[in-house]
Design a protein around this ligand. Structure first.
Ligand SMILES: Nc1ncnc2c1ncn2[C@@H]1O[C@H](COP(=O)(O)OP(=O)(O)OP(=O)(O)O)[C@@H](O)[C@H]1O
Length: 312
């Protein structure tokens, strides 16, 4: 596959702490790909390695066919990057900062930047220090896109923005992807990601727990509530893979993946020990939480029958 980003077996340690642990993934071109994880999951470290700003202890990364290890400058020239806290020259106006940045890029940057500001309704003559957070974010995005990069990397692009601005901002991500560009988005705002991403990778403490097309992830996931006759009853064998299971009194709540035969799940209701089985499709947020709650010892691949279930 001619991927925009290819990551193979990457590990990054800071002293004794492993920030990214043996991660492999590919970001296809023309997609919106989201790296999901809580604070400290390793998202920013992974992005910095892609840009050649951090060196991995193991593995390899490539961006648009260039090696992050040896071609960092060329990568940074070709892509657009908006960090979590963009540094903008406060004393400049939006027009001045565009003119200044244009000096680092080929002809056409400034005109394109101005067109984007116009589209985002950011006043050209307003100084950065007089701008709201939303306006600043839009300036940072326009600066990152002035050279019409094939790949845009955004680290928590909407943090601190209000709902309407966030929505507008994210919708422009989808538009960018529809123009054939690729967007890599780091976020812990799951609801937002659900609206715009084609693919998601879920991280916890440096480890990647899942990496899939979003619609596939949801299509192959079932949240099942199994009500038993007795409050101490063990959960019967379930089809598919158990990500996490919890017992509350007589009820087991189970997040299942890859249930090949959903009817086998419904048929559990005929089991003498089972009162009822209710199933529903989980939201991305519910799946994300389930993955974060899955214990290290219980890999998402273990079946309910083989693996003793944690009891809360
Ligand atoms: N330069 C560094 N030196 C030491 N530890 C670091 C360094 N950079 C990151 N870390 C640690 O690596 C881990 C991953 O950090 P990272 O910033 O990549 O997480 P993140 O997923 O981007 O989090 P957030 O959502 O809070 O930005 C954290 O425990 C962090 O403290």
């Amino acid at each position: 596959m001619n991927a925009a980003i290819q990551i193979e077996g990457v590990t990054k340690r800071f002293g004794a702490h492993t920030a990214v642990d043996d991660v492999s993934l590919a970001v296809p071109r023309s997609s919106v790909f989201a790296l999901l994880g809580e604070n400290g999951a390793g998202k920013t470290t992974l992005v910095k390695m892609l840009l050649g700003l951090e060196t991995p202890n193991a593995g390899s990364l490539s961006v648009l066919g260039l090696s992050s290890k040896t071609d960092g400058d060329a990568i940074r020239q070709r892509i657009g990057y908006v960090p979590e806290r963009p540094t903008l020259y406060e004393w400049m106006t939006a027009a001045e900062i565009g003119w200044f940045t244009a000096g680092f890029y080929p002809d056409g940057f400034e005109q394109h930047y101005r067109n984007l500001l116009d589209f985002y309704r950011v006043p050209l003559r307003r100084k950065i220090k007089q701008m709201s957070k939303g306006m600043r974010a839009k300036v940072a995005l326009a600066l990152a896109m002035g050279h019409e990069p094939e790949l845009l990397i955004l680290d928590e692009p909407t943090s601190g923005l209000d709902t309407l601005v966030r929505r507008e901002f994210l919708e422009s991500m989808v538009e960018i992807a529809s123009e054939g560009r690729t967007v890599l988005l780091c976020s812990h705002l799951i609801g937002e990601v659900e609206r715009v991403a084609d693919r998601v990778a879920i991280f916890r403490e440096g480890r990647m727990l899942a990496c899939e097309k979003l619609d596939e992830l949801k299509r192959t996931s079932i949240e099942a509530t199994v009500t038993m006759h007795g409050s101490g009853a063990a959960l019967p064998h379930l089809p598919g893979r158990v990500v996490v299971s919890r017992r509350r009194g007589k009820q087991w709540q189970v997040m299942l993946r890859d249930v090949a035969d959903p009817e086998a799940l419904a048929a559990l209701g005929e089991n003498d020990a089972v009162v009822a089985v209710d199933t529903r499709t989980p939201s991305l947020e519910e799946l994300f939480v389930a993955y974060l709650q899955s214990s290290d010892t219980e890999s998402p691949g273990e079946s309910a029958e083989r693996q003793p279930l944690p009891v809360s």
